[in-house]
Design a protein around this ligand. Structure first.
Ligand code: MAN
Length: 531
């Protein structure tokens, strides 16, 4: 009895010690997050946090898992799904899986997860707190400096926007004026072009008529020469026998040039000059060749033949020069020259004479009209160029105003800017709101990895990410695309580019535009202590 009374006394006194010395939190409430202390009341039964069952409070942390959610064993490793709360005084309280409790590894910085083991855990919470604090302060300082730059960008953006708007109004006014001026210039141009075209037309018509006359004369001369040439017996008729000597006219080269074939050309046994002119000449003029004028009786001396050929060529040359001089000269003269000429063009000369004709120089009046029209055209073109230029400027300004540069214009400094990032194999070039390129360093053509598409950051801040889509298609793969993630930095610069999935590129870009006022503001309260 004495002994049992003593044991009872010991039990009661130790319970009192636990309750009244404040150790209760380190025993029954071990591993319970502070926010849940109200759920763990030693004087009451414990209801599992998922509500699945209620157990006597003694079952809490008794190293036996009773609740399905493991909430009765926060301080032991009995439940596979339990969570142990490291209080981590001086740092941040954290939850760890309760199976890590007592596993011989220090998981909590205060070592509280190894309370049962012989492992000695150093309390690293203070160092961690110091380190985190330093990191946080560095981040705050960065955001603070960045926000100053961001504010400058926003201020510039406001000015730029207003200037752009004013400029746009000015340009639109200028455009209206210029378009009005252009209309006037167009009318003047048209007015000047009417007499110019008339005069040019007249000139062309006259030239064509004269050319036609020249061609007719040339044809007539050629025809006469041909007739005389063919009429070897001078009876003023071209007979079958006379034409038959010209085997070059035989279209069917395989057989001989028969009398029948010749008759079908002549249309009769012989033709007089008029008949030859009307029905025969056109048929043969293209193929006709003069027969060599070599006397059968006289033996051919090679030197004489060479001399004759040379003389003939010289004469031809002289004739050509004469003809060219005639073309340059006055028309009337030119015509009379042809009419009076005794020279008869050969069939070979014929085409050359006609096609060498170039349009003669304009007369003074036509020249004056062309000059006036040229002047009107130049003036029109000048104003048209200005209109073009202003329209381009307006389009540029409108394109710039249409870009979404952030709620406050914080990304406005990116307009029309490109940034390069050098990597081992490629230079990556991003031209903001336009496109992104991958440029091989070892030569080869650049590849567009995406065209500006949209802002695509998280819903609470879509301006933290950009998408460039529809780039060059990968062989057997998708069109290349790029996602740009922005983070706070003092300068605008690309700090990393990767290709995590084939042809899907990821760029990390630092910019003051992504600095956060709320992070920066924390640094203006140095006394504020989170831990
Ligand atoms: C090129 C580059 C790479 C890409 C392959 C796909 O080599 O554009 O980035 O992965 O093409 O074939």
């Amino acid at each position: 009895m004495m002994l049992s009374s003593y044991v009872t006394f010991l039990l009661i006194s130790s319970l009192f010690t636990i309750i009244f010395c404040g150790n209760i939190e380190h025993t029954v409430l071990r591993g319970v997050p502070t926010s849940l202390h109200s759920k763990y009341v030693p004087s009451k039964n414990f209801s599992c946090l998922d509500g699945s069952s209620t157990i006597p409070f003694e079952f809490v942390n008794d190293d036996y898992c009773d609740c399905r959610d493991g909430s009765d064993e926060p301080g032991t490793s009995a439940c596979p799904n339990g969570q142990f709360f490291c209080e981590n005084k001086g740092y941040i309280g954290t939850l760890i899986p309760s199976h890590l409790v007592g596993d011989g590894v220090c998981d909590c910085c205060d070592g509280s997860d190894e309370y049962e083991t012989t492992i000695v855990c150093n309390n690293t919470c203070f160092e961690l707190a110091q380190k985190t604090k330093a990191e946080r302060e560095a981040k705050q300082a960065l955001h603070e400096a960045g926000v100053i730059k961001k504010k400058e960008i926003i201020a510039t953006s406001v000015v730029t926007k207003a200037t752009r708007q004013t400029r746009l109004i000015e340009l639109e006014q200028d455009l209206r004026k210029l378009e009005y001026e252009l209309k006037g210039k167009e009318e003047l141009k048209q007015q000047a072009e009417i007499p110019e075209n008339e005069a040019k037309g007249k000139h062309q018509k006259l030239w064509e008529e004269q050319r036609a006359v020249r061609e007719a004369i040339a044809r007539d001369n050629q025809m006469r020469e041909m007739f005389a040439d063919l009429d070897t017996n001078n009876d003023s008729l071209v007979s079958i026998e006379e034409l038959q000597k010209h085997t070059e006219l035989d279209t069917d080269h395989e057989n001989e040039f028969t009398a029948e074939e010749v008759r079908s050309i002549l249309g009769a046994d012989s033709v007089n000059f008029d008949e030859f002119n009307v029905t025969v000449f056109e048929q043969i003029s293209n193929s006709y060749q003069k027969l060599p004028q070599i006397s059968i009786e006289t033996p051919v001396n090679q030197d004489d033949l060479a001399a004759t050929t040379e003389a003939h060529l010289k004469q031809e040359e002289e004739e050509e020069e004469e003809s060219a001089a005639a073309t340059e000269g006055d028309y009337e003269e030119d015509l009379s020259h042809h009419e009076a000429s005794t020279h008869v063009a050969t069939s070979l000369d014929h085409g050359k004479h006609i096609h060498d004709d170039t349009v003669p120089e304009y007369d003074d009046e036509t020249k004056r009209l062309i000059e006036t029209a040229d002047h009107a055209r130049n003036e029109y073109n000048e104003v048209e160029r200005k209109v073009h230029d202003i329209k381009r400027q307006i389009d540029d300004l409108k394109r710039q105003s249409d870009v979404d540069v952030g709620i406050h214009g914080e990304y406005s400094a990116f307009i029309d800017q490109c940034y390069d990032y050098e990597e081992r194999e490629y230079t990556y070039r991003i031209c903001m709101f336009k496109d992104a390129k991958q440029i091989p360093k070892g030569g080869g053509s650049e590849v567009t990895i995406g065209y500006w598409d949209s802002w695509c950051g998280p819903t609470d801040n879509k301006y933290l990410r950009m998408k460039y889509a529809n780039g060059a298609t990968c062989w057997n793969g998708p069109a290349r695309s790029l996602t740009v993630t922005f983070r706070c930095g003092i300068e605008h610069k690309t700090v990393d580019v990767r290709e995590p999935t084939r042809c899907e590129y990821a760029m990390l870009f630092e910019t003051p535009s992504a600095c956060d006022e709320t992070i920066a503001i924390a640094s203006v309260h140095p006394d504020h202590e989170e831990f």
